[in-house]
Write a protein that binds this ligand. Sequence first.
Ligand code: SF4
Ligand code: SF4
Length: 159
Amino acid sequence: MTDTPSFWRTKPLDAMSRAEWESLCDGCGRCCLHKLRDEDTDRLAFTNVGCRLLDGQSCQCKDYENRKKRVPDCVKLTPKRVAAIDWLPPTCAYRLLAEGRDLPWWHPLVSGSPETVHEAGVSVRGRTVPEREAGDFEDHVVAWPGRWPAGAKSRRRPG
Ligand code: SF4
Ligand code: SF4
């Protein structure tokens, strides 16, 4: 008997069902942080300021179904958009697959647990500043959302 290969290894992004597509999101919340773009250089900077609908502990959107109505500039990811946008964090499953890479050990589809994205230090849990308390976003520029945490880089779960 052979194991059925995981869908994300066999299907291109644009052939996935809605449920498969949604399940690719690891729940890290990194894409829900505000970003700043330098008008002159086009350079992008992440901040640790969360969108007003981001729950800083669960790392989930507080109103996912109505997010576009409540936050008009929230971007709904599609295969086409994933290929075109430059602000998805390097750990994002959509970006990884679009780049021809596999999902890491801490991705819930691989680990079987929604907690491993937090254990690996990939999620934004406990690291965000609420939008209404942030003041000037330029005071909140941080590098970590654009990086892989050390514990997340290994091919297998450490320990
Ligand atoms: S960065 Fe990617 S994987 Fe993480 S919450 Fe956003 S869409 Fe999901
Ligand atoms: S509206 Fe929800 S999904 Fe969109 S950026 Fe804000 S928290 Fe994230």
